[in-house]
Design a protein around this ligand. Structure first.
Ligand code: ZN
Length: 152
């Protein structure tokens, strides 16, 4: 099986059976994202325990890539600290927008499948929508404690 096929299968699987899809209440942060280029809409809900993402859910309606990306993202960041999740956001942002960014399967795991989107520039915003929404949620809900570094 070629890598491109493997990536496509991961995307199709997560679109067909999105993980962490649905409501979350109560939630500490609720943030909506919209990608006007494609019409993807997404609502992200998070609950924090100490500084960690204890629970994260999304719902909304979007194309296969936006749904799969959100599903993969929620799996990847659950249990991470704010700083770890923001670091992953930066990593994925680079993966999606910079052709020279390394695709390290061991480090990224299933998230490496998102690198396939680089070949379709019109779809990058579909894949990055949930990640930008997550970054906004993490930054806007920062209450106390050491602030995570923002490089935006
Ligand atoms: Zn889309």
């Amino acid at each position: 099986m070629q890598l491109a096929d493997l990536y496509r299968d991961v995307i199709l699987d997560h679109n067909r059976q999105p993980r962490n899809f649905g409501e979350l209440s109560p939630a500490d942060a609720t943030i909506e994202g919209f990608n006007p280029l494609c019409g993807d809409r997404l609502t992200l809900r998070l609950r924090f325990g100490d500084d960690r993402i204890e629970e994260i859910k999304f719902d909304g309606a979007g194309c296969a890539i936006s749904t799969a990306s959100a599903s993969l993202m929620t799996e990847a960041v659950k249990g991470k600290t704010r700083a770890e999740a923001l670091a992953l956001f930066e990593r994925i942002h680079l993966l999606l927008t910079d052709d020279a960014a390394p695709v390290d399967d061991e480090e990224l795991g299933k998230l490496a499948a998102l690198s396939g989107v680089r070949e379709f520039p019109a779809r990058v915003k579909c894949a990055s929508l949930c990640w930008h929404t997550l970054a906004r949620a993490l930054r806007s809900s920062q209450g106390q404690g050491p602030a995570a570094v923002s490089t935006e």
